[in-house]
Design a protein around this ligand. Structure first.
Ligand SMILES: Cc1cc2nc3c(=O)[nH]c(=O)nc-3n(C[C@H](O)[C@H](O)[C@H](O)COP(=O)(O)OP(=O)(O)OC[C@H]3O[C@@H](n4cnc5c(N)ncnc54)[C@H](O)[C@@H]3O)c2cc1C
Length: 428
């Protein structure tokens, strides 16, 4: 018995619990249920994959949807910085797949997808099972280029967490921050472009600063950036100067030459000419598409996956679509909002092909909110369309430096409402 979640599917007014016996009966009685259903297998139950699975399942009763995720609980990276800052509990950013299984008839498989064979149209699970598909959607998020920083391999992440995949890593970083003495130094190393959530490191700096200001006011934050500029930079720097004067030192690439190595034993980060001894070290390494995308031949030499902008179909492997952080997203940032938006376009393309549903001209949207401190939030966003070459920005907006406290508080309230809305849109 594998650790599969049983599903219920609502056929009209009847809710049917699919037991092993019922499944066998349905196989034995195809005339009752009609022709074999098309099968969509989604790898990765995050912002992108969860949304595709839900939208395909609710879009047609003629498609069987299987969602594979390597853990029974998904903790969002979005709002994980707020968890670090003390604004959210870990439970409030953690979600199960129960509703997707119970209310949408999605077969949820808790296992790791170990391989995808584009010729045979099969996905192999770590437990050895093989699943056939008509369309596969690959949405595994990111993995790390562990060879990019000397000494920072998979073994280093316990001592120097990246916390760029949520769950255990975010908990680890929070525990280290709680255990740190007042007067300690938090060293954070934001990665080079492109990476998951461009404003994320700077929101994290803000949230750690908020925590230090309240509980460890003699502590410092040193930022060893792999870049010379960053998302919403003026807005963040203005917020840091107002709320956390003299606490944060941001050192761009031009000053340090970037992080070259780490010494895990002494919690030291090494740049061209200097060594930085950290009380808590948060090293976020360079990134690439999740490993399954690499192994399945979906990524190109950049480490990310090229797609057809109109449908999110892979340019490398037929009958496979990709959404979320793993793709080359044109002008869109790698964000949960983007992944959710791409997922709806992808679901529509699949429904058009497998269930003859009408396809509309795709539109994409994104907004990234960042909390600087209590009720002081900023945002950046845009609308996008599919061109021949890429997902292209149409028009955008960004918060202004001279906004009133009321506007900033309103932006923070918007962000909280967005979190509730997007997680309901992903997980039902
Ligand atoms: C600190 C931080 C703050 C952020 N804040 C925001 C924010 O405020 N707003 C926003 O929009 N975005 C934010 N993001 C970005 C957002 O989290 C990601 O862009 C989003 O999660 C990408 O969705 P995805 O579906 O591509 O990947 P994920 O959400 O990571 O989902 C991928 C899932 O697939 C699973 N998986 C991977 N490989 C396999 C496999 N082989 N088999 C089975 N399962 C597999 C993973 O475990 C995971 O559950 C933030 C990110 C970070 C790190």
């Amino acid at each position: 018995m594998t650790n599969r979640t049983m599903t219920r599917r609502d056929f009209g007014s009847k809710v049917i619990t699919v037991s092993a016996a019922a499944a066998a009966a349905s196989l034995a009685a195809p005339a009752v249920l009609g022709a074999a259903k098309a099968r969509v297998v989604v790898i990765g139950g995050g912002a992108g994959g969860g949304t595709v699975a839900r939208y395909v399942a609710k879009g047609s009763d003629d498609i069987a949807v299987t969602l594979i995720n390597d853990s029974p609980t998904y903790s969002t990276c979005f709002f994980s910085n707020l968890y670090l800052g003390g604004f959210r509990s870990f439970e409030s950013i953690s979600h199960s797949y129960d509703t997707l299984a119970a209310d949408y008839g999605i077969e949820v498989v808790i296992d790791r997808a170990a391989g995808l064979d584009g010729n045979g149209r099969t996905v192999t699970l770590a437990n050895g099972d093989t699943l056939n598909y008509d369309k596969a959607v690959v949405a595994p998020g990111i993995d790390f280029k562990f060879d990019a920083i000397e000494g920072y391999g998979p073994d280093a992440v316990e001592t120097m967490p990246h916390a760029w995949q949520a769950g255990a890593q975010a908990k680890n970083l929070k525990r280290q921050l709680l255990d740190m003495e007042d007067g300690g130094t938090f060293v954070i190393c934001p990665p080079p472009n492109p990476f998951r959530c461009p404003p994320g490191p700077y929101e994290r700096i803000s949230m750690v600063a908020h925590y230090f200001k309240s509980y460890k006011p003699h502590s410092k934050i040193v930022v060893l950036d792999a870049k010379n500029k960053f998302s919403k930079q003026k807005l963040f720097e203005d917020g840091w100067a107002r709320h956390f004067p003299d606490m944060i030192e941001w050192l761009p690439l031009d000053i340090t030459g970037g992080v070259k190595a780490v010494d895990v034993a002494s919690n030291t980060i090494i740049t061209d000419d200097e060594k930085f001894q950290a009380s808590v070290a948060n090293v976020v390494p360079p990134q690439k598409a999740g490993q399954i995308a690499q192994d399945a031949g979906l990524a190109d030499e950049s480490g990310w996956c090229p797609i057809v902008p109109e449908t999110l179909a892979s340019l490398q492997v037929p009958n496979v679509h990709l959404v979320g952080d793993a793709i080359i997203p044109g002008d869109m940032p790698k964000s949960g909002f983007s992944a959710n938006s791409q997922a709806k376009v992808c679901a529509q393309a699949i429904l058009a092909e497998l269930a003859s549903k009408q396809a509309f001209k795709p539109r994409f949207r994104n907004t990234c909110w960042s909390l600087i401190t209590t009720d002081d939030s900023i945002k950046v966003g845009a609308n996008y369309e599919a061109t021949e070459e890429k997902i292209a920005k149409i028009e955008g907006f960004v918060s202004q430096a001279d906004e009133s406290d009321e506007v900033r508080a309103q932006t923070a309230a918007e962000a909280r409402a967005w979190y509730d809305a997007i997680t309901a849109d992903i997980f039902g």
